[in-house]
Design a protein around this ligand. Structure first.
Ligand SMILES: [Zn+2]
Length: 191
């Protein structure tokens, strides 16, 4: 294992669930806030591709925090996904683009993993927007009040395809799968 990539001991990790949101902190630094469903999805897919979550300071230097193989890892900064993959033993990088699970994940999710550079500008909802929206909406679908975290996702009020911004909390809200599907790409109710 690369000495630049180190597994983070469980005692340094705090995970709390509140209002349908999972907050994960390392050494007191928040590295992510997600809905429970999103967390489950990340944990599953992190066995295919490591996901960069955030940054912590460790021994006076800044290190990135990654999720891979269901564990958190800290790495020297900057560090690439390939380096994390080799350290954590992920071996499916090459076939990733043809992996049907991964393709479905990319097709159905509005965003990419936090901290990853978006491929295009961008349907990706930045981490700071995710955090502020999750806290503001209190873990409920803003349309029907659904609070089951497994059914919640981030929704563009004015669809991205119609020019709605991804980096404006006023255009992003928590919505349940059912409401988001029926809403589809229409922008009813919103300017
Ligand atoms: Zn709903």
């Amino acid at each position: 294992m690369s000495d630049r990539v180190r597994r983070i001991a469980a005692r340094r990790i705090r995970r709390s669930v509140s209002g349908g949101a999972v907050t994960t902190a390392v050494d007191g630094s928040v590295v992510g806030v997600w809905t429970l469903g999103e967390w489950a999805s990340r944990t599953t897919h992190s066995t295919v591709l490591p996901a960069m979550l955030g940054m912590i300071t460790e021994g006076g230097s800044v290190r990135t925090v990654w999720l891979s193989k269901g564990h958190l890892w800290s790495c020297g900064f900057p560090v690439g996904v390939t380096e994390v993959s080799s350290a954590t033993g992920s071996t499916r990088m090459r076939s990733l683009s043809r992996d049907p699970t991964w393709r479905e994940f990319e097709r159905t999710r509005a965003g990419r993993f936090a901290g990853e550079a978006p491929v295009r500008a961008s349907r990706y909802v930045p981490q700071w927007v995710r955090i502020s929206v999750t806290q503001r909406d209190g873990g409920r679908c803003v349309y029907c009040g659904e609070s089951d975290p497994r059914r919640l996702e981030l929704d563009h009020r004015l669809a991205y395809s119609k020019g709605g911004a991804s980096d404006d909390p006023d255009n992003i809200c928590l919505g349940c799968v059912k409401c988001n599907r029926s809403k589809s790409d229409s922008d009813w109710g919103w300017g």
